[in-house]
Design a protein around this ligand. Structure first.
Ligand SMILES: Nc1ncnc2c1ncn2[C@@H]1O[C@H](COP(=O)(O)OP(=O)(O)OP(=O)(O)O)[C@@H](O)[C@H]1O
Ligand SMILES: [Mg+2]
Length: 434
């Protein structure tokens, strides 16, 4: 019986995948070899233990540097095999679910980018998993046990941006009653996630660019420079290239941030995964709510399979939590939010791909199409009425209905509704009233 030759396996030259493979060979030898002496078995077991120890000794970073230089994934590999290959390389998914080729491509890019310090720009529609992807990058890199600091650039008032990012000195401005460190300092040695980077005002962009170039910050009101080593991951649901062409986003900052560019696919481009996601989030919600997984009536299932999901995975996840919370044993259409519930008749829009197509519920060729059309019409009417009431201010509408602003923007885009038209209308009415 030829025992596995261990020579040369100890040391840095051996790859992580190679070690795993050797362990597998040993395991199958133990399982399938018919006549093994007791001493041989003991020897094999000892080799397996040594190899396993070697794997455990490889640091997190080494494993992923090796993943980064691993052979490129053959293009013709089936999605399931690509996911399996990631798993075998101990890739941390952080709960990212799905086998869509575009999603897998994004994960494979993340795997390669994670162990480096290169900036990563993640784009994709609202709710496609940008923040989750930022966490995936952090978790798979060498900074995983260091801070991960998230900043929502769209949520900070313009006059506070600088202080929020870089900190301030006591007395730097009214209200600065103490020295305060900013997000960059907090993220030192770790990762800073700059969410909604497209909302960063131009003044903030200039300052950010300077930090990216010098790796130094100055607290507001201080001359002292402080070195910071923070890996930058930025995200946006806007087209930064177009914004930079329009002069709303600095082109040099765009190129600095997008050394690695990851785009996440919208749910409508991975419709074949909706059934799995419904089951997945149904189970997740059941776990969180400590109840049995919800059952769905055929018509609710039909709706969930065909709905356009402008809010992407977040919307699907929230729907599953909502119906799991509201329904008893079985959920039906009545457990959907009112504005989504299909209403028969009346013409409607359906998001079938990115281009809205007009479908009339009365001429729809299937029940699901009729329901979708009716649901979309209700959504449209709701948005138009709401915009009318708030004079076309989307932020106000979002506040009033307790909705996420980017989700609302997505819905408006889906229906081709321009909030500007309602503002103009309100202004015209205001003019007439005077
Ligand atoms: N591929 C996925 N698998 C499992 N869950 C996902 C996936 N993508 C997103 N999610 C879940 O959907 C929700 C929204 O994701 P996330 O917050 O990362 O989206 P986002 O793109 O940052 O959205 P927004 O642009 O609105 O900020 C989260 O609960 C997240 O865990
Ligand atoms: Mg986000």
């Amino acid at each position: 019986m030829k025992l596995f030759n261990q020579g040369g396996s100890v040391g840095s030259a051996i790859s992580y995948a190679g070690l795993i493979e050797k362990i597998e060979i040993l395991r199958s030898t133990l399982r399938w070899a018919s006549k093994l002496e007791r001493t041989e078995i003991e020897k094999l077991l000892k080799q397996a233990t040594t190899l396993r120890d070697e794997v455990m000794q490889l640091s997190h970073k080494e494993r992923f540097v090796q993943a980064a230089v691993a052979e490129p994934v053959p293009a013709d590999l089936a999605p399931r095999e690509r996911r399996q290959a990631l798993l075998e390389r101990s890739f941390i998914f952080e709960g990212t679910f799905g086998d869509n080729p575009k999603l897998l491509e994004a994960l494979e890019i993340a795997e390669k980018a994670a162990p480096t310090d290169l900036p990563v720009l993640i784009d994709g529609e609202s709710g496609t998993g940008k923040e989750l992807m930022a966490k995936v990058i952090h978790a798979n890199g060498s900074r995983t046990d260091k801070p991960y600091i998230s900043v929502n650039c769209g949520a900070i008032p313009e006059n506070l941006i600088e202080s929020e990012l870089f900190g301030h000195k006591k007395g730097a401005f009214t209200g600065a009653s103490n020295d305060r460190r900013g997000k960059f300092e907090s993220a030192h040695t770790g990762t800073i996630f700059l969410d909604e980077i497209g909302e960063l005002p131009l003044t903030g962009q200039v300052k950010l660019l300077r930090v990216l170039e010098s790796h130094e910050i100055q607290r507001v009101g201080s001359d002292e420079t402080i070195s910071v080593d923070a890996r930058i991951v930025a995200a946006t649901n806007r087209d930064l290239r177009r914004l930079s062409e329009e002069g709303k986003f600095r082109e040099d900052l765009f190129y600095r941030l997008s050394v690695i560019h990851v785009t996440l696919p919208p749910l409508r481009e991975r419709r074949d995964e909706i059934a799995l996601l419904v089951a997945y989030f149904g189970d997740e919600a059941a776990g969180a709510l400590k109840r049995r997984p919800i059952k769905l009536t055929p018509r609710l299932r039909d709706f969930l399979m065909n709905y356009a999901y402008p809010g992407n995975i977040r919307e699907l996840r929230n729907l599953m939590y909502r119906i799991s919370c509201l329904a008893g044993d079985t959920a039906d259409l009545e457990h959907l939010p009112q504005d989504l519930r299909p209403k028969p008749s009346a013409p409607a829009l359906v998001a079938n791909g990115s281009v809205p197509v007009v479908v009339d519920a009365s001429t729809a060729t299937s029940l699901s199409e009729a329901k979708r059309a009716a649901s979309d019409e209700a959504e449209r009417a709701f948005l138009e009425r709401g915009l009318q009431e708030v004079g076309g201010t989307v932020a106000e509408l979002a506040r009033r209905f307790d909705m996420n602003r980017s989700h609302l923007q997505m819905l408006l885009k889906k229906h081709g509704i321009h909030s500007k038209d309602f503002r103009n209308q309100a202004a015209a009415q205001g003019g007439k009233a005077r």
